[in-house]
Write a protein that binds this ligand. Structure first.
Ligand code: S3P
Length: 426
């Protein structure tokens, strides 16, 4: 589907209830499937990625009922059954990497497959530690999917992952849940910690000490959880309100887990007018309401420990940076090249087409901001939902119309994206 974007409104005003967090939705399905008893998951994400996880665990014999009101009821005896077919992870790296940690310790063989984009993404990062734990996994010679996993008895390891990654950490912890002895995973910087929070909530034998997490064999209790809104989805509304003159919007139910709020810290440094109006905890996750007003922004440097805390927001931060005065330098973000697309190359290529002054570096990009984007061109989405949404926001600040090819990739994480944007255009 090609989407034409033109600024046919004055400004953004009003309120948006941010849809459910994708990362937490995946984890809620996986962990509840492993728990004995009935779990209730309210406000489950309607994105295709979490749906891939849900369907996959159904294939593994778990009784999962997704209701019309976005509640999921899971009745499990904690035992998975051998699948009758290949397990399809779709476009979702989280599905493939987290599920591998579970399948590595089952008494059966399974094969994980993905779409064209996922089939190119690196799996060595999980194959290596799982193999050290005793797993039997074969992949292509480039360590990509399909992954054939012959379930084995596993043993604990002490693992240092030099590139902070919540997917790798979660995969190892899921394997460690049923391995002999202790499993520890340490990272240089803290990556998102939804796995640790939920496993603690479900009674797992897990200890967190800074960037080190330790887990031992555990039985999980079922959960009754309400999933908060996704700050990674909120980011597009934040970006649009900050860059479209006179905007003033309220975002409700935004997940504010500190391992995810790097974007707010950076925007604060750039001079953004963002207020947190209230904050509370829901199921051990912080949630709040944000008010965002149009702001004059300055460029800044984004590097080091903050990168894992805003990794998925870099494409939209690049769009914001085109409107900030001065230079924004993004460094230490080489893992962007291993996302749904090579997000360094794809973001730079597409924003350049719109008239941005942006350059690619091996581990990030340099953006000279403060220039009006022109548009008047077609842009591509490269099977990447975050690129589709970032280009939509860029389209709203362009002088002329743009056409986004294959805009349907937005459905991977945020099917109601456009509808919600329409509701605040005045
Ligand atoms: C995710 C972790 C991040 C992120 C991805 C979701 C998760 O990946 O980019 O969109 O839910 O654990 P990495 O762990 O590979 O950085």
């Amino acid at each position: 589907m090609t989407k034409s974007i033109i600024k046919n409104f004055n400004t953004l005003k009003g309120q948006v209830i941010v849809p459910a967090d994708k990362s937490i939705s995946h984890r809620a399905i996986i962990f509840s499937s492993l728990a004995k008893g009935k779990s209730i998951i309210k406000n489950f994400s309607d994105g295709q990625d979490p749906r891939s996880t849900l369907n996959l665990f159904k294939e593994l014999g778990v009784d999962i009922d997704l209701r019309n009101d976005s509640t999921v009821i899971i009745n499990s005896n904690g035992i998975l059954l051998p699948p009758t077919e290949e397990l399809d992870c779709g476009n979702s790296g989280t599905t493939m990497r987290l599920t591998s940690g579970v399948l590595a310790r089952q008494e059966f063989e399974s094969v994980l497959v993905g779409d064209q984009s996922l089939s190119k993404r690196p799996m060595k990062r999980i194959i290596e530690p799982l193999t050290l734990m005793g797993a039997d996994i074969s992949a292509t010679e480039n360590y990509t999917a399909p992954l054939t996993i012959k379930g084995q008895k596993l043993h604990g390891i002490e693992y240092y992952n030099k590139n902070a990654s919540a997917q790798v950490k979660s995969c190892i912890l899921l394997a460690g849940l049923d391995a002999e002895g202790k499993t520890t995973i340490t990272e240089p910087y803290l990556s998102r910690n939804h796995t640790e929070i939920m496993l603690q909530h479900m009674g797992a034998n897990i200890k967190v000490n800074g960037c080190c997490v330790e887990i031992e064999k555990s039985e999980l209790s079922p959960i009754d959880i309400e999933i908060c809104g996704d700050i990674s989805s909120a980011a597009y509304f934040i970006a649009a309100a900050l860059t479209i003159p006179n905007s003033d919007i309220i975002l409700k139910n935004v997940g504010l887990n500190p391992t995810r709020t790097g974007i707010l810290d950076i925007l604060n440094k750039m001079g953004a007018d963002i207020k947190i109006l209230d904050k509370k905890q829901i199921c051990s996750e912080e949630v709040g309401t944000l008010e965002i007003k149009y702001s004059h922004l300055n460029g800044c440097e984004i590097s080091g420990e903050i990168i894992p805390r805003l990794i998925d927001e870099i494409p939209i931060i690049a769009v914001i940076a085109t409107q900030a005065n001065g230079t924004t330098l993004i460094k230490d973000a080489q893992d962007l090249r291993a996302k749904e697309s090579d997000r360094i190359t794809t973001v730079v290529t597409e924003l350049k087409k719109l008239g941005a002054d942006i350059k690619e570096t091996p581990d990030g990009m340099i953006i000279n901001g403060g220039k009006q984007l022109i548009g008047n061109c077609e842009v591509e989405t490269y099977h990447d939902h975050r690129l589709a949404m970032s280009l939509y926001v860029a389209g709203l600040i362009c002088q002329k119309e743009i056409s986004i090819n294959h805009f349907e990739w937005v459905n991977i994480s945020f099917p109601t994206f456009e509808e919600l944007f329409e509701s605040i255009k005045v």
